[in-house]
Design a protein around this ligand. Structure first.
Ligand code: G3H
Ligand code: 13P
Ligand code: NA
Ligand code: ZN
Length: 328
């Protein structure tokens, strides 16, 4: 059934596990994620960005998720709006049947320029008021995603801050987090700890100076009843980078967030883990490999089948690693 984020994450907190939030754009991603959730007997968060809505079209997105819930009636599903850039975007999602919305007020409405703290409080509080009135949960964000290595937002994926960010903007302050939650009433809070969106997060295997897992602990101690969210949590599997490179792709040396670091986060209050890039890499790698293997094949279903299998396997691994297998 479709449930609210609040309800799902309250259960996760009670049983001390984390739930992956996988980005969806098309039929194959939704099928792969649902098959994995079914296999692992896990609850799942399907999240759609404004870009996903634009890509698939609102009716298709809505109906595909409806179909997923119909096909797997036993699996708890949250349909979440990822990175809503304004209260208006959140309202559109609520009207579409989303059970959770993210109001990302860490950035201005252009989704690029860092916003003031007061602006963030203002728009987030407004969305909480509207969403809670109809039983929809709200995720806010405090601090800007971005690299502690370079002070920039990472990959040019359309989401993230522009220009060089200060250390302060790149790490969420625990006291400010407590004030933010008290003023807005959000159900979940995305925090900045040095991760960024996309494949290019770190130029080396991250250590504590560029990935501040310790900051999670400090924030969790201040706001123990707020569910923490880790964005930019793809692990960027080196195996998939190699498959892509071996089959005509060009991806530079890069590293993601190790699963072990996410597990450390889960021990300190992280309940929602956002993953988009890993599914993109697995699907692209699988499709490139399938096309190279059989150059005469022209039925796209053959490539999509490989892509779905790769995505499904990756999702099962994350469900198991985050402790939510068997919790569906
Ligand atoms: O937060 C970013 C997600 O990876 C969604 O990306 O805006 O390209 O759909 P997108
Ligand atoms: P990745 O790019 O690391 O998969 O992060 C996705 C994300 O945070 C979506 O909100
Ligand atoms: Na989100
Ligand atoms: Zn994100």
């Amino acid at each position: 059934p479709m449930i609210s984020l609040r309800r799902m994450l309250d259960h996760a907190a009670e049983h001390r596990y984390g739930v992956p939030a996988f980005n969806i754009n098309n039929l194959e991603q939704i099928q792969a994620i649902m098959q994995a959730a079914d296999k692992a007997d896990a609850p799942v968060i399907l999240q759609a960005s404004a870009g996903a809505r634009k890509y698939a079209g609102e009716p298709f997105l809505r109906k595909m998720v409806e179909a997923a819930v119909e096909m797997y009636p036993r699996i708890p599903v949250v349909l979440h709006q990822d990175h809503g850039a304004s209260p208006a975007v959140c309202m559109q999602s609520i009207r579409s049947g989303f059970t959770s919305v993210m109001m990302d007020g860490s950035l201005r409405e252009d989704a690029k320029t860092p916003a003031s703290y007061d602006y963030n409080v203002d728009v987030t509080r407004k969305v909480v008021e509207m969403a809670h009135a109809v039983g929809v949960s709200v995720e806010g964000e405090l601090g800007c995603l971005g690299s502690l290595e370079s002070g920039t937002a990472g990959e040019e994926d359309g989401v993230g801050a522009e220009g060089v960010l200060s250390h302060d903007q790149l790490l969420t302050d625990p006291d400010e987090a407590a004030d933010f939650v008290a003023k807005t009433g959000v159900d979940a809070l995305a925090i900045a700890i040095g991760t960024s969106h996309g494949a290019y997060k770190f130029s080396r295997q991250p250590t504590g100076d560029i990935l501040a897992i310790s900051r999670i602990k400090a924030i969790h101690e201040r706001i123990p009843n707020t569910h923490l969210v880790m964005h930019g949590s793809s692990s960027v599997p080196q195996e998939w980078l190699e498959v892509i490179r071996a089959n005509g792709g060009a991806i530079k040396e890069t590293y993601g967030v190790p699963v072990a670091e996410i597990q450390e986060g889960i021990r300190h209050g992280v309940r929602k883990i956002n993953i988009d890039t890993d599914i993109r890499l697995a699907m692209t790698g699988a499709m490139r490999r399938a096309m190279a293997r059989d150059p005469g094949e022209f039925d796209p279903r053959m490539f999509f089948k490989d892509a779905m299998g790769a995505a499904r396997e990756l999702c099962v691994e994350r469900f198991e690693a985050f402790g939510c297998a068997g919790m569906g």
